[in-house]
Design a protein around this ligand. Structure first.
Ligand code: MTE
Ligand code: MO
Length: 310
């Protein structure tokens, strides 16, 4: 595929991942629908996605950084363990059980859930509670799309998620470092916010296993631990669900976990963060309220004491 012209290339497009650059140029030139359906061939990325207005213009981290500096305790505690161990995970077939306060509960094959879903490229800032940060070009779709399909009942106030529990493939689950399976949850309005996505890929590639294959949550205004990986169950409920890190250390990790430079972790400051890959002399950057997504989400917490509901 030759590139004849490169319209409106932003800084966010300039990445070391050639495949991605190619794909975005193709789409800018030919239109996403055409790229999605009609231009094929070995040079094409596996996932066809459309760009998103929600994407940041900040420069994304490299594919290598995103896949070699991970938190995925099912595969070990160190940042490099997931890249080493996650290849053992079987991700196909995959199904998600959706139950609780929904019109159409059931165990759905992932392929069926994804039928007819348009994947978007969402380049999001990502902030771990440990005060490191990245910019990641996810491929995904709004969680709301899925929830609307299964029909959320008015009584539902929260969504609860669970990760796969399969110790035979997840060495971390053979110890009790956390109370398995990994659990997370969102309030219904947070779940329905257009920024909240289910991601199935990065850089147009299928989701790398260490990043939560085949499908994971991404909630960009909250600390990374909310963005639960390798999801196998989604439950609609009227009670605030128990969540892994909150159960583990409630005084350190709240249910809300909104990125907030003014609310420190009891053991470290959250005022600044370290951008992975920024280089030795780059220094730390300021943490942004709601990780920079205040315009879209501050209203969800109007009148709430964010020091109390951390
Ligand atoms: N199932 C599961 N999901 C998880 C985690 C985990 O250990 N297990 N770690 C969380 C944390 S703390 C972070 S920062 C992000 C890291 O995502 P990444 O490795 O793709 O950057 O995943 C989150 N989701
Ligand atoms: Mo994290």
């Amino acid at each position: 595929m030759t590139q004849k012209f490169i319209p409106d290339l932003t800084e966010a497009d300039i990445t070391p991942k050639e495949m991605f650059l190619n794909r975005r140029q193709i789409m800018a030139g030919a239109g996403a629908a055409i790229a999605a359906g009609m231009i094929g061939g070995p040079a094409m990325a596996k996932l066809a996605t459309v760009p998103s207005a929600y994407s940041t213009k900040e420069k994304p981290n490299t594919f290598d950084e995103i896949t070699h500096y991970n938190n995925f305790y099912e595969f070990g505690l160190s940042k490099t363990d997931p890249a080493e161990n996650a290849h053992a995970l079987t991700t196909s077939p995959w199904s998600i059980k959706i139950d609780g306060m929904v019109d159409k509960p059931g165990t759905y094959a992932l392929d069926d859930l994804l039928k007819g879903v348009t994947l978007e490229s969402r380049i999001y800032r990502f902030r771990c509670v440990e005060a490191w940060a990245m910019v990641i070009p996810w491929d995904g779709f709004p969680l709301k799309t899925l929830l609307d399909r299964v029909g959320v009942q008015p009584s539902a106030k929260y969504v609860a998620f669970r990760t796969l529990e399969r110790p035979s493939e997840m060495p971390g689950q053979r110890s009790n470092i956390l109370d398995w399976p990994y659990r997370e949850g969102l309030r219904m309005d947070e779940a329905m916010n257009p920024l909240t996505i289910l991601a199935t890929g990065i850089y147009g590639e299928e989701m790398p296993k260490q990043d939560g294959a085949p499908i994971r949550l991404v909630v960009p205004w909250k600390y990374g631990f909310k963005s639960i990986k390798s999801i196998v169950s989604i439950t609609l409920t009227d009670k605030q669900p128990q969540t892994t890190w909150n159960m583990q250390a409630p005084s350190e990790y709240g249910f809300y976990a909104n990125v907030n430079p003014n609310v420190n972790h009891p053991r470290w400051s959250q005022a600044t963060e370290r951008r992975i890959g920024a280089g030795l002399f780059a220094g730390r950057q300021k943490t942004l309220m709601f990780n920079g997504y205040g315009e879209q989400v501050a209203g969800l917490y109007a009148g709430m004491n964010l020091h109390k509901f951390y």
